[in-house]
Design a protein around this ligand. Structure first.
Ligand SMILES: *[C@@H]1O[C@H](CO)[C@@H](O)[C@H](O)[C@H]1NC(C)=O
Ligand SMILES: *[C@@H]1O[C@H](CO)[C@@H](O)[C@H](O)[C@H]1NC(C)=O
Ligand SMILES: *[C@@H]1O[C@H](CO)[C@@H](O)[C@H](O)[C@H]1NC(C)=O
Ligand SMILES: *[C@@H]1O[C@H](CO)[C@@H](O)[C@H](O)[C@H]1NC(C)=O
Ligand SMILES: *[C@@H]1O[C@H](CO)[C@@H](O)[C@H](O)[C@H]1NC(C)=O
Ligand SMILES: *[C@@H]1O[C@H](CO)[C@@H](O)[C@H](O)[C@H]1NC(C)=O
Length: 613
């Protein structure tokens, strides 16, 4: 994980750091910080490059990397496949070498197309006076941009300044990679850039791409969409619609209990699909938890009692599967941290909650592990995710009793939430600004910080996770129809509507979630990794017809993410396989702490007014 920054000025100017931005970049990459200024000769542009590197394991790779011909690379990425990285080599050096040997745009595009893994980058080609930048296909790494009269600024993370004007920062759309012709731009006195799009992205994405993607680019700048493109790293989504009802199984009257549902799951035969998904997902987790090829192989694994991997853990099916698969690939003597965040439920709200009719969803299966009553007793931090988390912990403990599972109870009070939102989180969420961004940004920030309590010998003991790799389950709901809006869409417009919704959601996952989550998690000097968004996992899921992934005629807790539930069973998990989806903002109860009448898509006034360093 790195914090990267590049300021392009079309005429040489005096550069002074925005102290806040520098501080935020340094938090992402605390182990090495270097700046490099490059000045063009005949066109007199100037580029300030700054890179802040987090030392994961093995050899530290300081950046910016300047090759012998003066090309400069800022690389905030991780290669999990596609380009070969030999043991002992480092991926930044490999990318730099590969790019150095490119003589044309199509060669650059071909190198970038071949990489599997998350990335954001800036690359300066000295001889031809080009500045390249962009993000991977899903946009798993943050990159923001800002245009002004003097040029263009790119950065992994920015800062929010309170004011009447609209913020100058935007996320760089993850629709392709970009190239600024520095000569032409200097002559024109404004930024002129070409976009090389990811090809074959599906019609929805392409229309979004042309109409609104560059709406905020100032009119003085010119955007040219190139005929050349990048090859997407994943297969396109299988848009087949069942020809006859026999291909799906329709259960209009299912109102079964959890027990029946578990039996139903057991009777479903999708063994081939389940085994294939286990294989591909297990490999995705392995690549993300084991030492990477560029790390020094003979270095002993951390043996100091610290975990090297943590999981954002609600006890729901997505995080349970990640934990069960991580268990296969991390030596049993190493602990694994399960990060479980809860926001304080205030006294009055707790009371009014217990008075309210407990069953809002009549069909909602009650979690049999807790008989549904625990949420109304004991501590004010016993939020839904805490309860399912504890139950999930029990399942993992019986799956592998030898392993030390650190279930980290992260209890956050109203005061601490307000303080940290004001001091840090508002800057990281920025330029996103909705109520939902605030809730999830805060919940993920506190979870990733990993400071809480574990129970040891029956006693609570303060604990801070030091794992630098954090696995998150994002991407499962978007691909396997886990959200209730998928049900709504399916009811209204059948399989066709559902498929359109799923295609649209995967195409916008960068701007909805990934950039924000990367900024929020990176702030702790930790790296988020997304096994459900591994290229091979997405390709496999995309190849299946939608009715193999979900059956929304079945009730909640079974029909959505059906294939994943069968996979959980296959992995030896039991009750967590039949829990309905609970979004993090509700599961952690952060949404309950705030005003009740907000819509998730409203602009969040707390983010906008609290942030005024
Ligand atoms: C990297 O920085 C972090 C945070 O300052 C520190 O805890 C860690 O020891 C550093 N690692 C190395 C190898 O310097
Ligand atoms: C990794 O790359 C850096 C340049 O970024 C170089 O200085 C270093 O020697 C390389 N380390 C290894 C192990 O290849
Ligand atoms: C669908 O299933 C029914 C009963 O199982 C069977 O009679 C019918 O032939 C099947 N139709 C198709 C198109 O397979
Ligand atoms: C739901 O279950 C009850 C009890 O098993 C049964 O009497 C009722 O008919 C079922 N409803 C539907 C719509 O299947
Ligand atoms: C954290 O919350 C849990 C409830 O889930 C409670 O049992 C525990 O005592 C709390 N710990 C602290 C230190 O507040
Ligand atoms: C899509 O799914 C259908 C039904 O299983 C299958 O026949 C077809 O080959 C799949 N298409 C692709 C491109 O995988």
């Amino acid at each position: 994980m790195c914090g990267i920054f590049c300021l392009l000025s079309l005429s040489p100017t005096h550069f002074e750091w925005d102290k806040l931005i520098y501080e935020h970049l340094k938090k992402r990459g605390p182990n090495s910080s270097q700046d490099l200024t490059v000045t063009g000769r005949s066109p007199c542009y100037q580029c300030v490059f700054s890179a802040h590197v987090l030392h994961m394991r093995g050899c530290l790779r300081p950046q910016p990397v300047e090759d012998s011909t003066g090309n400069v690379l800022l690389w905030n990425g991780e290669i999990f496949g596609g380009l070969s990285v030999m043991p002992g080599e480092n991926d930044t050096a490999v990318v730099s070498q590969r790019l150095s040997s490119c003589n044309s745009p199509s060669e650059i595009l071909s190198v970038l197309s071949s990489i599997q893994g998350p990335w954001g980058f800036v690359y300066y080609q000295k001889d031809s006076d080009y500045l390249w930048f962009g993000r991977d296909y899903f946009g798993r790494r943050s990159l923001l941009w800002k245009f002004d009269a003097e040029g263009l600024t790119l950065t992994s993370v920015a800062a929010y300044t309170f004011g009447p004007d609209q913020s100058p920062w935007q996320e760089v759309p993850a629709v392709g990679v970009y190239r600024v012709d520095l000569k032409a731009a200097t002559e024109a006195g404004s930024v002129i850039f070409e976009v090389y799009p990811w090809a074959h992205r599906g019609n929805d994405a392409i229309s979004t791409f042309s109409e609104t993607t560059f709406a905020f680019v100032p009119s003085s700048s010119t955007v040219v969409i190139s005929q050349l493109g990048l090859t997407p790293p994943v297969f396109p989504l299988n848009m087949s619609i069942p020809k006859s009802l026999n291909e799906t199984e329709i259960h209009p009257n299912s109102n079964s209990s959890v027990k029946d549902l578990a039996q139903l799951l057991a009777s479903r035969e999708k063994n081939y699909e389940v085994n294939s998904l286990v294989d591909v997902l297990s490999e995705a987790v392995r690549r993300r938890v084991q030492s990477l090829p560029f790390e020094i192989q003979d270095q002993p694994p951390p043996n100091n009692g610290h975990s090297s991997v943590a999981i954002l853990f609600s006890g729901g099916i997505d995080s349970m599967i990640l934990a069960a698969l991580a268990d296969r690939h991390i030596p049993t003597h190493q602990s694994v941290d399960l990060l479980n965040v809860a926001f304080e439920l205030q006294e009055q709200k707790r009371q009014s909650q217990s008075v309210k009719k407990p069953q809002k969803h009549k069909n909602k299966p009650i979690d049999p592990r807790t008989d549904g009553s625990a949420s109304r007793t004991s501590s004010s931090f016993d939020v839904p995710d805490r309860i399912t988390g504890k139950a999930g912990l029990k399942e993992l403990q019986s799956l592998n009793p030898e392993r030390r599972w650190n279930f980290v109870e992260i209890n956050i009070t109203q005061e601490e939430l307000q303080k940290m939102r004001h001091e840090r989180i508002c800057h990281l969420v920025h330029p996103l600004d909705t109520v939902l961004d605030d809730s999830i940004g805060c919940a993920v920030w506190f979870a990733a910080r990993g400071t809480g309590f574990i129970i040891e010998d029956g006693h609570q003991k303060p604990f801070t996770s030091s794992a630098k790799v954090i696995l998150t389950g994002i991407g499962a709901d978007e691909q396997l129809a886990g959200y209730s809006r998928h049900r709504v869409r399916f009811k209204m417009s059948g399989h066709k509507g559902l498929l359109e919704e799923l295609a649209m959601e995967l195409a916008r996952i960068s701007s909805r979630n990934l950039g924000r989550d990367d900024r929020v998690i990176g702030d702790h000097g930790k790296e988020a990794r997304f096994p459900y968004l591994d290229e091979d996992v997405v390709s496999y899921l995309n190849s299946l017809p939608v009715w193999d992934k979900a059956d929304l005629s079945l009730p909640r807790g079974v029909g959505e993410k059906l294939l994943l539930r069968l996979t959980a069973k296959q992995l030896g998990l039991s009750q967590s396989a039949v829990l309905p989806k609970r979004a993090m903002q509700f599961g952690s109860r952060i949404a309950k702490m705030e005003k009740n009448h907000e819509k998730a898509s409203d602009k969040c006034t707390r983010l906008l007014t609290h942030c005024n360093e």
